[in-house]
Design a protein around this ligand. Structure first.
Ligand SMILES: Nc1ncnc2c1ncn2[C@@H]1O[C@H](COP(=O)(O)OP(=O)(O)O)[C@@H](O)[C@H]1O
Ligand SMILES: [Mg+2]
Length: 486
């Protein structure tokens, strides 16, 4: 008898706990659904039109009294709201139910992600020395295409998450754009989308803000880089990845958007890539070693001159110098020095041709080139000498380590092997990139993001630069002079 009572108490206890857990889960799930609706509305991912259409459909059901029929069909007619207040509440719930269903769907997806994530972390061994797995904090939309999932890092290095990236992508059926490390809070953000990135993006606007370049497009928009914060850039990747096309796009947009910039373009493979820019003013193109070395020497002197001018004017960098009115600028060292300077962009495509002796380069020339480029990389930032260096092989032989260390912006197209990718990015991401021309990883500081470089084709570049070409300029001046004579 006593044992029966005890058994009943235990059963009641268990039933109560089961109920309590169920209610707790329902409340949490409802809360999650509400949060999804709110965040979706804020990020613009909430399907307003579908939810409102649903509301209209439900309204028709109520107007034509079909709902009472449904209640009666299930022998629940007594539950149908009779007073005006209950009816208003019931009607409101019905017409807003579309939003609610959407919120519940998103909350369900989140639960599904959570389960799979735990599975992925276990199978990829992503756990710390104490055996703890990263845990999920939140998942929310950033914009119409991208979402962000925040996890605790559990003291794991970002590289470990990078290693698990392909497994996470295939387990969750997502495409990861970026992994963001938050050291202070000990969390990591996974920026992802459900759709793959477009294989090709055409560059639309070629005139952009001063000192900036268009690095690439991500799903959430255009990614820009600024010479003030990222003065020198490394462009790496195997042949056919899109290095030269990318550099051509940058030179063109910089040229069109910054009328006082100067350019030195060096391509020792005969300057075929830069032929297009030969005819336009403010640009010098070098395809032969001797001339390139001479120009690099001249650039070394220009760097010294600029340093002296900034010093004489008490300016710490080009920006502070540019803020001084032209008539107030001083030139104590060299009275006829050009005081009206802006940035000078130095582009070296396939830098190994310049730095490696043999072929067309003598050991002394290669050494000289290394010295000047290294000096510009170290000191060019303040005086407005900016480097863009393209290479297939970014190892110490082909690219000076000191130069590489100062190229703070890195764009890396697909690499043939893991080693080359490791040399540029410190991980294998460039090897794992899909073989799509223009697809690359952009790194600035520790931030790495997958991008598609907007495509500016050769014919359009020619058209854009045509009005500037020296030939058309001289034609215009000839025409003008004949007109004045006549
Ligand atoms: N951003 C891009 N979008 C679409 N196609 C591209 C892009 N970049 C390059 N391509 C295509 O790939 C080809 C090779 O590009 P290229 O810049 O010459 O590569 P690399 O200099 O790395 O050898 C180009 O002729 C072009 O057709
Ligand atoms: Mg090339």
């Amino acid at each position: 008898m006593e044992s029966n009572k005890k058994q009943n108490r235990i059963t009641a206890d268990l039933a109560f706990k089961g109920w309590a857990a169920g209610i707790d889960r329902t409340i949490r799930f409802s809360w999650d659904a509400l949060k999804e609706i709110f965040l979706g509305a804020r990020a613009g991912t909430l399907p307003w039109s579908s939810c409102l259409m649903w509301g209209m459909g439900v309204s028709l059901v109520v107007i034509y009294d079909l709902d009472t029929a449904i209640f009666r069909r299930f022998h629940a007619g007594v539950l149908y709201p009779k007073s005006i207040w209950w009816f208003t509440g019931y009607y409101l719930v019905l017409i807003l139910s579309g939003f609610w269903f959407w919120g519940m769907y998103r909350a369900g997806v989140k639960i599904h992600i959570l389960r799979r994530l735990t599975h992925v972390f276990k199978s990829t061994g992503l756990r710390n020395a104490l055996g703890e797995l990263p845990s999920f904090i939140c998942d929310r939309p950033i914009d119409a295409h991208t979402r962000m999932m925040r996890l605790t890092k559990r003291s794991l290095a970002l590289d470990r998450f990078e290693g698990a990236r392909p497994a996470i992508e295939s387990a969750l059926h997502i495409y990861i754009d970026e992994l963001r490390d938050h050291r202070r809070s000990g969390t990591v953000d996974i920026i992802y989308a459900h759709e793959p990135m477009p294989d090709s993006v055409v560059l639309r606007d070629c005139v952009i803000p001063k000192d900036q370049i268009i690095v690439g497009t991500t799903r959430s928009g255009q990614l820009m880089s600024d010479f003030r914060s990222t003065p020198h850039i490394l462009v790496a990747g195997q042949t056919g990845g899109g290095k030269s096309t990318c550099v051509r796009q940058w030179i063109t947009t910089l040229y069109l958007s910054n009328p006082s910039y100067k350019f030195t373009l060096i391509d020792l493979k005969g300057a075929i890539e830069f032929q297009l820019f030969e005819k336009i003013p403010r640009v010098e193109v070098y395809g032969d070693m001797d001339k390139a070395i001479q120009q690099l020497d001249a650039l070394g002197e220009e760097l010294e001159d600029r340093m002296k001018i900034l010093k004489a004017n008490g300016a710490k960098d080009l920006e502070t110098y540019r803020a001084i009115p032209a008539e107030e600028r001083k030139a104590p060292e060299r009275p006829n020095a050009n005081l009206n300077f802006d940035r000078h962009v130095i582009v070296i495509d396939e830098v190994a041709e310049l730095f490696l002796s043999g072929g067309g380069t003598s050991g002394r020339d290669a050494q000289r080139a290394r010295e000047v480029v290294s000096k510009i990389a170290r000191q060019g930032r303040a005086v407005g000498l900016n480097l863009i260096v393209g290479t297939q092989r970014p190892d110490a032989k082909a690219l000076d380590t000191q130069v590489k260390a100062n190229l703070t912006g890195k764009i890396c197209f697909q690499m043939a092997d893991q080693h080359s990718s490791l040399v540029v990015l410190g991980n294998a991401r460039a090897k794992d990139l899909p073989p799509i021309p223009g697809r690359a990883i952009w790194q600035n500081g520790i931030r790495q993001i997958e991008i598609q470089v907007p495509f500016l084709d050769y014919a359009r570049t020619e058209k854009l630069l045509d009005p500037f070409s020296k030939e058309s300029k001289s034609c215009q001046s000839n025409e003008a002079s004949t007109q004045t004579k006549s």
